[in-house]
Design a binder for this molecule. Structure first.
Ligand SMILES: [Zn+2]
Length: 116
């Protein structure tokens, strides 16, 4: 007897760290960047230079006047697509299993995003 596990709450992403991506929606649409960090739990990605927010830093002993620093906020993985250097655009990922390894390639041209 098998037990069905509800997994629709787990958000999945095929993206990995260091992937080149393009933003497909929102204020930063069209921007490209490299994924620095992935939060797999809630399918969010951190891309330096994208979705920067200004934070005010309180004055401290070393810094009397305080300062404004820009830090990147994580964005939803569903707002970005992997960027294919061959197609020069954001593309869908096709996943193939080769020797139990997942190989991700471009849905359109077959360009491999993973080293074999
Ligand atoms: Zn391609």
């Amino acid at each position: 007897m098998s037990v069905k596990v509800k997994s629709d709450r787990i958000l999945k992403t095929n993206l990995k760290q260091d992937d080149e991506i393009i933003v497909i929606t929102g204020a930063t649409k069209g921007k490209t960047g490299k994924i620095q960090e992935i939060n797999r739990k809630n399918a969010k990605v951190l891309i330096p230079g994208i979705n920067m927010v200004k934070k005010h830093r309180r004055p401290s002993q070393d810094n009397q006047s305080g300062e404004i620093v820009e830090i990147p906020l994580m964005i939803n993985a569903s707002n970005v697509m992997i960027f294919c250097p061959e197609c020069k655009s954001g593309v869908r990922i096709r996943v193939q299993r080769v020797d139990k390894k997942k190989i991700r390639s471009c849905h359109r041209c077959g360009h491999s995003f993973d080293k074999k």
